[in-house]
Design a protein around this ligand. Structure first.
Ligand SMILES: *[C@@H]1O[C@H](CO)[C@@H](O)[C@H](O)[C@H]1NC(C)=O
Ligand SMILES: *[C@@H]1O[C@H](CO)[C@@H](O)[C@H](O)[C@H]1NC(C)=O
Length: 316
């Protein structure tokens, strides 16, 4: 189980975070699904909120971002925008690991939903047609015999791809949208290695892949991070000579917590702070050296408080 987040820079900065506790709002379900959704779960109850702003330092939760409320927007608008009660297509105990993806005039949140019947993570998707203010759940995009989460989504050469956490399958699997956003096909096995929370970054024509392998001998759970590079997101992927680029009992800034990005001339990646409880916080690292022989990063202030009035755990 992991928590991720997505950042979309299409019109400003839009950030989706998952947080606990889940506020139960029920709509759009059959009675049967109601009975099976939002049940207590020993992994916690997580939900997804959206933050808006012109940049990282001005991000505000959607209810404080003074959204333009026209005929398309419901009232009131407040976080969480997607919860276990929103999910269509399968009962959900919680939703987490949101990744934003803008496509034409629609913004999508792909996310983990923990299926209340199978106890496994599936990938769900919600859509917004009003720049991230109101969201409608569309259904389950991907369900496999193993746990899925952290649906890292990106477009490349006119196709949309998804790289979910699928370590239960033993490998890292890349999916391609056959009928976006709900039908996906396996494109290929990217790595024969159970890499978790795999996240891609393109920089000057080189693709970089970050992810953690808890099965690596000597790996600290939630404290290990590996880096790979390739000329294409389809691989083949070369391990970076500095691997593992992190392996520490400190667990503060290793495991990926969302989409790495270019922002105001710098490259940043986000990490899950697991120093206390799982999902305690989110760290931002600026990548200061990135090439095929060297890697360096420095912690930076996130510039906003992802959980302003909350004292509960959150991630991403
Ligand atoms: C986005 O719009 C373009 C042009 O209208 C269309 O060709 C394309 O299929 C749309 N993309 C998706 C994934 O719906
Ligand atoms: C990578 O960066 C390091 C530090 O800046 C530099 O010394 C090294 O020559 C670079 N290597 C390549 C392959 O560019």
């Amino acid at each position: 189980m992991t928590r991720g987040f997505g950042v979309c820079l299409a019109f400003s900065v839009l950030l989706a975070l998952s947080a606990s506790p889940c506020e139960s709002r029920r709509h759009g379900h059959t009675e049967k699904q109601h009975a099976l959704s939002c049940r207590p779960d020993n992994e916690g109850s997580w939900s997804i909120g959206v933050y808006r702003g012109e940049g990282f330092t001005s991000l505000l939760p959607v209810e404080e971002a003074k959204p333009r409320l026209d005929g398309r927007a419901a009232w009131p608008v407040a976080n969480p925008v997607v919860s276990c009660a929103s999910v269509v297509g399968a009962p959900s105990n919680f939703v987490a690991d949101p990744f934003l993806f803008a496509n034409n005039d629609t913004i999508y949140i792909f996310h983990e939903t923990k299926n209340g019947i199978t106890g496994q993570g599936d990938i769900g998707v919600a859509a917004s047609h009003d720049e991230g203010i109101t969201w409608q759940h569309l259904g389950i995009a991907l369900d496999e015999p193993w746990h899925l989460s952290y649906p890292f989504i990106f477009s490349w050469q006119d196709q949309v791809y998804m790289l979910p956490e699928a370590s239960g399958s033993g490998g890292l699997r890349l999916y391609r949208a056959e009928d976006f956003p709900l039908v996906w096909k396996l494109d290929r096995l990217l790595l024969d290695k159970p890499l978790i929370d795999a996240s891609l970054l393109e920089d000057h024509g080189t693709w970089w892949l970050f992810g953690s392998d808890h099965t690596r001998p000597g790996a600290h759970k939630n404290g290990e991070l590996e880096l790979y590079y390739s000329a294409s997101p389809q691989g083949p992927w070369q391990p970076h000579p500095a691997n593992p680029i992190a392996n520490t009992a400190r667990r503060r800034s290793a495991r990926m917590g969302g989409r790495p990005l270019h922002y105001e001339g710098g490259i940043y990646r986000f990490a899950q702070d697991c120093t206390g409880t799982y999902g305690q916080g989110l760290e931002m690292m600026q990548i200061t050296t990135l090439n095929q022989t060297h890697y360096q990063e420095e912690p930076r202030d996130l510039g906003f408080d992802p959980a302003p009035r909350r004292s509960v755990p959150f991630t991403s």
